[in-house]
Design a protein around this ligand. Structure first.
Ligand SMILES: [Zn+2]
Length: 324
């Protein structure tokens, strides 16, 4: 579905955008719409996978070309509709999904993902998509995430982080190093490990979790490529002369002083740098799961919460107009 179509669908159903997804409550069902090729509808139901029910639901959704795509634990994913079998708008299909599940005697899961208790009073984006929660648990979760981020801001150290990243970077070069020494092969894809390990080292050594984590990972990725290539050069020179491996280290200082070697490495390592960049990208994704990142996520979850269920009676949610 095109992005503008998707956001139109969201406003038609009264859903809110959350990243690339839409979430909210449709006809009593908290759900998440995922904009992919199959237009997934994801909901938490009060039962676990039941083959007979899947058959029953599929038989109904088939009229729109939809089906139960997955049912893991309590999370059910429905796909469709297919273009050929559209019987109305995409919004109609989402409502039809909610209707079909209710008709199959399923109910939205009423178990708070944070405390495991029932009688939820809100719907919010949590671990498994948009689902019923206790508003107070959501608030407590946000409070915890904030104090964790706060303590990292106060106690995190750039210096220790950089040290950790350096050690992590060296660890990340080991697989490439070993394949070169023992297989005389170099797999560029392994270079992606360098920034990932550098980032993990940064985190492990309690580096301050802000933009510096990413910058340090990038610097270490570049440094790692150079270190590996210097070692590779040294290895080639010495190996060809039949000298033992330990001797290869002795030519390193000489190579490091040679500007031409630096230039050659920079010019010949395009692929390695590309895979390092991939690793940086992965590290960056990991960073959004850090203290500051999860505090921001918790805030977003609070913002997107809305009253839900029999006991819906809390104050302070942003979207109270949408379900009641
Ligand atoms: Zn709870």
């Amino acid at each position: 579905m095109k992005t503008n179509e998707f956001s139109l669908l969201g406003s038609e159903l009264g859903l809110t955008a959350y990243g690339a997804a839409l979430c909210g409550v449709v006809d009593g069902w908290p759900l998440t719409l995922i904009n992919n090729s199959a237009n997934h509808v994801q909901l938490s139901v009060d039962r676990r996978r039941d083959a007979a029910l899947v058959k029953e639901i599929n038989a109904v959704l088939k009229t729109w070309g939809g089906k139960v795509r997955g049912w893991n634990g309590n999370v059910m994913t429905l796909s469709g509709p297919s273009r050929k079998k559209m019987q109305g708008s995409a919004a109609d299909y989402v409502r039809f999904c909610a209707f079909t599940l209710s008709h199959a005697c399923l109910r939205p899961l009423d178990v708070c993902p944070y405390c495991g208790g029932g009688n939820c009073d809100a719907a919010a984006f949590s671990k498994k998509g948009y689902q019923a929660v206790h508003y107070r648990c959501l608030q407590a979760e946000a409070g915890k995430a904030h104090s964790k981020a706060e303590s990292n801001r106060e106690n995190g150290s750039y210096l220790l982080g950089i040290l950790g990243a350096f050690i992590g970077m060296l660890v990340g070069t080991i697989p490439t190093f070993l394949t070169v020494v023992y297989m005389q092969m170099e797999y560029s894809v392994l270079f992606a490990l360098i920034p990932i390990c550098a980032y993990l080292g940064y985190k492990l050594f309690r580096g301050k979790m802000d933009k510096a984590a990413l910058i340090v990972s990038i610097v270490m990725a570049v440094l790692g490529v150079f270190i590996l290539n210097f070692e590779y050069f040294a290895f080639l020179i010495k190996h060809e002369n039949g000298l033992p491996f330990s001797e290869t280290l002795s030519v390193m200082p000489e190579l490091l002083r040679d500007g031409e070697v630096w230039a050659a490495i920079a010019a010949n390592s395009l692929q390695e740098f590309l895979f390092s960049a991939l690793g940086v990208f992965i590290a960056w994704r990991l960073i959004s799961g850090t203290a500051a990142g999860s505090a921001a996520n918790a805030d977003a979850a609070l913002r997107l919460a809305q009253p839900f269920g029999q006991r819906a009676a809390y104050n302070g949610a942003a979207n109270q107009n949408e379900t009641e």
